[in-house]
Design a protein around this ligand. Structure first.
Ligand code: MN3
Length: 206
């Protein structure tokens, strides 16, 4: 089955005033849609790959993807996976569950220090890309990736991710990425993030 754009689990205005409705609408219906269309197009010559989840295509540096479409699947499949993930971890006014906060504190000294380090990774990513909190082996790491590269490509499980492409913030924040990052902390769905962490503990054991 070809990949399709799913509806968001909330309205485009749900994250106001931190992320504006217009940005959400364009981001979802234009940018995410385009990644999906280009991914489907890349897979046309290999229709058997339509049966695989996008996460399976990306795994192990796109091991199952033929060389001639690797570049396209990396960009557009990565874009599809990253945006699907991003929508899921956004929700306004969610407090971080106490158990997960403890995990963060044990890995990063304090919650504030974690936010500082994550924000620095997001701000420091030159050009387009993402900042991530990932589960890798037995610990949590803050990393950033270029373009639409996914942590899944290198076997890291995304727990939290922030899109720092200009299309994610330019309408409202223009060149002020730091302001966008600061506001974004208000719309992290910590319940979902905490769930992702719990799941990663089991799926990462090998
Ligand atoms: Mn984006």
């Amino acid at each position: 089955m070809k990949h399709i754009l799913l509806s968001l689990p909330y309205g485009y205005g749900a994250l106001e005033p931190y992320i504006d409705a217009k940005t959400m609408e364009i981001h979802h219906t234009k940018h995410h849609q385009a990644y999906i269309e280009n991914l489907n197009k890349a897979l046309e010559k290999y229709p058997e790959l339509y049966e695989k989840k996008v996460e399976e295509l990306l795994a192990n540096n796109l091991q199952v993807v033929p060389e001639e479409i690797k570049h396209a699947v990396r960009n557009h499949g990565g874009g599809h996976a990253n945006h699907s993930f991003f929508w899921e971890i956004l929700k306004k006014d969610v407090n971080i569950p106490a158990n997960f906060k403890k995990v963060i504190e044990s890995e990063f000294e304090s919650f504030d220090k974690f936010k500082e380090e994550f924000s620095a990774a997001a701000l420091g990513r030159l050009g387009s890309g993402w900042a991530w909190l990932v589960k890798h082996k037995d610990h949590l790491d803050i990393i950033s990736t270029a373009n639409q590269d996914s942590p899944l490509m290198e076997g890291k499980i995304p727990i939290l991710g922030l899109d720092v492409w200009e299309h994610a913030y330019y309408l409202k924040f223009q060149n002020k990425r730091a302001d966008y990052i600061k506001e974004w902390w208000n719309v992290v769905n910590w319940d979902k993030v905490s769930d992702l962490y719990e799941k990663s503990i089991y799926s990462d054991r090998n």
